[in-house]
Design a protein around this ligand. Sequence first.
Ligand code: GLO
Ligand code: MG
Length: 375
Amino acid sequence: MLMFNQGCVTQRSVPFWTVGNPLVDPFGGAVLPKIDSLEVARIIAWAAHEGYCEATSAHDDDLVPWNPEQPEDDLDPSSPVYRKLRELKAILDEAGLSFNTITCSLHGNTLFRNGGLTNPDPELRRLARLKVERTIRIGHFFGARYYTYWVARDGFEVPAIVDWKEVYNWLADGLDHVYDYIKEQKLDNYVGATVEPKPNEPRGQMFLPTSGHAVGFICGKLKHPEFWGVNPELLQHESMALLNAVMTVGYLCSMNRLSFLHFGCQIKAQFDNDFPPLIGPEGLKETVMMFVALREIGWKGVVEYDCHMLRAEGDPNDSIGCRKQFIKDSTRALGIALALAERIRPQELAKLTQSAADLTSIVQMCALPEPRLTR
Ligand code: GLO
Ligand code: MG
């Protein structure tokens, strides 16, 4: 198995959806051509060969199309889906890539525009459940370590018509079914499953907005809390709700629930920027302090780049080259953040006042000589 093992990071993961992203935003169409999943796999394999990553992840829809009329096409050797999955796996295996997490897209298909696991229509909830089962089987085929539930379109705009008595029961049923299905089918590749919270976008409000909500739901509502963890997206998702990433990882570790990290950069209180790590006007100190906290706690795990290149950087004339550059930039940023975190030594700050400790940590982080105070 390819390993990175630097600082708290065991492996660096590059998901299919970030590399394949054609850079659409609500005000403008795709900058990059959509590329086939085999092409995406080849780019990630290139990155593994170059030494930039060790793992990948995907939604079912990133790998193969889904047809609600054929919920078990992944099991049918004569189906194109069956063949494509094998071609993809051959590319990933040849590059030595691990599969971190498989996640079911319950956001892409317009059928799920009013929710997946919490859709008020029981027929759509049934369809979502079948899609989740197929995704779990696909993840098993790739040897995925986790199944991830991102809250996606499970949320609302109009509180007056949400079935508040049932909605969290539907969600718990859907997630408990993930556990039951994995155990019934004896899919022992899965070490656990995760919840990925997000406060809003694509819905006005989402049902599990923060890591605190996610842990509360796991511990208070699911039948097998020990199987479930959280993959917070930092800095992005928690920053959208004005929370601090250092506190989030500290809290999740203390609750023994930090499974892996989604990693990128964000302007506080904005829409989901999904800037690459350390890119953008803010976030450097928070990112570095997050890695200092993880080191001091002793957490180790996978860091997954869940972001995309800046839309302005998409180059339709070199759509493969700019995607490779995005991976390189993210890997470089993670390296910078880990190296800066390494310089900070909290033991030397312990006896200082809070302000002095903060300033000294900046001096340490930047490897600065003490500035002269007098003229
Ligand atoms: C979007 C999320 C999304 C998830 C992915 C994996 O804001 O970050 O990309 O991470 O669907 O579940
Ligand atoms: Mg994410």
